[in-house]
Design a protein around this ligand. Sequence first.
Ligand SMILES: [Zn+2]
Length: 468
Amino acid sequence: MSRRSIATTFALAGTVLASAGAWWALRAGEPRRGNRTSIVLVTLDTTRADHLSAYGYSRRTTPSLSALAARGVRFESAIVSAPNTPVSHASILTGAHPYRHGLRLLHGGDSGDLSRATPTLAEVLAGDGYATAAFVSAFPAGSYFGLDRGFAHFDETFGGSGNPIAPDGTVNTGDAQRRGDETVEATLAWLAAARDDEPFFLWVHLFDPHDPYLRPPDDEALVYAGKVPSEPDGPRRDRFLIDLYDAEILFMDRQIGRLISAAREDALVAVVGDHGEGLGDHGWWTHGNLYQEQIRVPMILAGPGVPPGRVFSPTVRTVDLAPTLLDLAGVPEELRPPPADGVSLARALGGGDPGELPAAYSEVKGRAIYHPLWLRHREPEKRGEGFALVEGGWKFIHRTTEDRFELYDLSADPAESADLAGEKPDRVAAFVRRLAGLGAYGEEAAERGEIPPDVLKKLQSLGYGGSR
Ligand SMILES: [Zn+2]
């Protein structure tokens, strides 16, 4: 990773968008020959890092991921671009934040579009002669949101009624998913037929820990599911649901173990979460908010060019994964897309100076609409727009719908329990300025580099004495 690539990450925002289309036109070239690294990308839906034994959880939920981490790098603090499935996956697959790739909402029938000007990892690797295939486990990770772009083979075979979009525009995800064992079964069949002389890029999406939590059909995984056969009422209900959640993580981990042992031994393997889960923290049960338990996810990398048994402590972003994979796979510069938001961590993995890593950005735009079956845990009044930044041990959230700032000292208060926004208006102002520069408050504010008047007024009410 060069310092230049970091320095230009945000500065290039406008020009990259304009030039990406042109890049496509110039991209085509002769595929490279010779030995190349195959890539297996596994995305874990709804998996918060602190419920994995690979991340120190007291229950042994992830033996396969612990084994993977032992032969690679585990990122202690990886932040997603958005705590919802399609938006976060679009960022993982493009290395771009939502304000750049365009897919920002999770509304059945009313999502933003994944911009064609933003190349996907699969498109880039296909352009370099890779066989590309994806096996996804649920509708929100599917072609409806454009996430199939660049994949020659895209398997989104789900059970249920087949059409998850109701007439009122809601999405019944629970009716359009399959279990991880079924997804991995289909993947293993594809791997068995894959050519030996061709590199592949394989994406496997696993959805098991997503709500509604279900008892896995696996005695080994049921060890954490408790002995209560159905959901109890009252205070025991939360414990029951967390037990099921952990059981689903263990079930998913067992499928990952099967997948990794079937993939080529010399493949580059990347495992990353798309967002976490509230599990009752901060008054939330599912996801769609910007607290750490929802935006901090597991991220593990192993294979050629990745040193074994390393823990990478600085905060990184899931948008860094795509450029890192292209770097490690040795994809020529001329075939790679122009720098977007992600930066390659390849050099830093080996102990090189990571330089000044960019702040981690995450956003929630608009409201999610869920199927009535799920309304039990829905908190619609809290699903407003908001933006978060994590940098230098601090966490900032601006809930624009509620016109509220929150500031947490993550080093001293990782649970985000003491909001310091009222005590540190200058620090809040610095974060607000960063968000303005990223376009969180609209393009006009970003171009002028100014804090919008209403946001400034709110800042001044906290005691901020500076100007725009
Ligand atoms: Zn998800």
